[in-house]
Write a protein that binds this ligand. Structure first.
Ligand code: BJW
Ligand code: ZN
Length: 255
């Protein structure tokens, strides 16, 4: 059954002219980066999003939020891309047009070799002033301090350049992703919970424009419901096998 689904998905991907790749926390789970909502290990099972990923949370306890991000950044810097990230980079190289949009704030897609990744929710390794928006590069000492650094331009706190609840997504990256979602013939979703908007609307845009939607996720969530082909399992296992089959089809002599 799974084998049939993989064969179908590989045929669809091998014939694609433009693939829109859309990833969430699940694609980095097998690298050891915790997801947000997975019951046992999800970040929000320990802390509420309002507490940590919002202006209200930062205002209430800037030091706590700063230290939480510093710990997560340090941990992301020690992990490595998994076979799922590597397979997506291979697929990009095989496909005439491939746009990858991720909700993830890590750089594992880039480290796996993916190019021009649209980071819809920002990047944990960049920082800017929460008041005036000026970019800021904290020293190692500032990163491990108990409180965020102070912006030399306006005196407000520096924060990581990630998108908190209630904040707008980076316009250029979101528009690039939305254009690709509208233009693609196949949308490939990996490890996305499908609950956080407006990112979760992008695969819907692709579907509405007639694209075939393939979802890879161990759970049957909202993205699996949207999908034409739902491959139930971990990205680090299914993606390498899927891309191997795409490579096989591509390498076969065309009739
Ligand atoms: C595997 C796997 C394996 C596991 N292989 N898979 C009501 C309706 C609609 C919208 C709203 C609403 N109320 C409020 C809103 C807006 C709000 C929102 O969507 N809220 C919902 C929770 C309801 N959105 C926003 O506020 C956004 N901005 C916005 O809308 O601006 C306009 C506006 C302005 C002013 C006022 C109001 C509106 C901003 C959203 C920013 C999200 N930011 C975060 C934090 C980033 C920084 C940080 O990391 O700290 O982004 S939240 C968090 O969730 C993070 C993620 O990118 C995001 C999505 O999570 P993701 O990636 O889907 O992860 P999970 O954990 O949910 O799912 C993991 C999946 O992987 C699961 O399905 C697993 O099964 C699977 N998996 N192992 C493959 N091995
Ligand atoms: Zn400032």
């Amino acid at each position: 059954m799974m084998d049939d689904q993989l064969t179908r998905a590989a045929a669809v991907l091998a014939a694609a002219r433009h693939i829109f790749g859309f990833t969430g926390a699940g694609v980095s789970a097998e690298s050891g980066v915790p997801t947000f909502r997975d019951a046992q290990t999800g970040l929000w099972s320990k802390f509420s999003p309002e507490q940590l990923a919002s202006q209200a949370g930062f205002a209430a306890d800037p030091g706590f939020v700063w230290r939480w991000y510093a710990e997560r950044l340090a941990s992301i810097q020690t992990v490595r891309p998994n076979p799922g990230h590597l397979a997506l980079a291979r697929l990009q190289a095989l496909t005439p047009a491939f746009t990858l949009a991720t909700q993830n704030i890590d750089d594992l897609h880039e480290r796996a070799g993916s190019r021009d990744v649209a980071h819809l929710h920002g990047t944990i390794a960049r920082f800017h002033c929460n008041g005036c928006g000026a970019a800021y590069a904290p020293t190692a000492g500032e990163r491990s301090a108990g409180l965020p650094p102070i912006c030399p331009l306006c005196g407000d706190y520096v924060r990581p350049s990630v998108v908190w609840f209630g904040e707008l997504l980076p316009e250029e990256e979101f528009e690039r992703a939305a254009r690709a979602a509208r233009a693609c013939d196949v949308a490939l979703i990996v490890g996305a919970g499908g609950l956080v908007y407006p990112a979760a609307h992008l695969p819907v845009l692709a579907k509405e424009r007639g694209a075939a939607v393939i979802d890879i996720n161990p759970d049957q969530g909202p993205m699996a419901m949207l999908a034409d082909i739902a491959l139930q399992g971990p990205g680090g296992v299914l993606l390498p096998e899927l891309v191997r089959r795409v490579e096989e089809i591509r390498a076969a002599p065309q009739p």
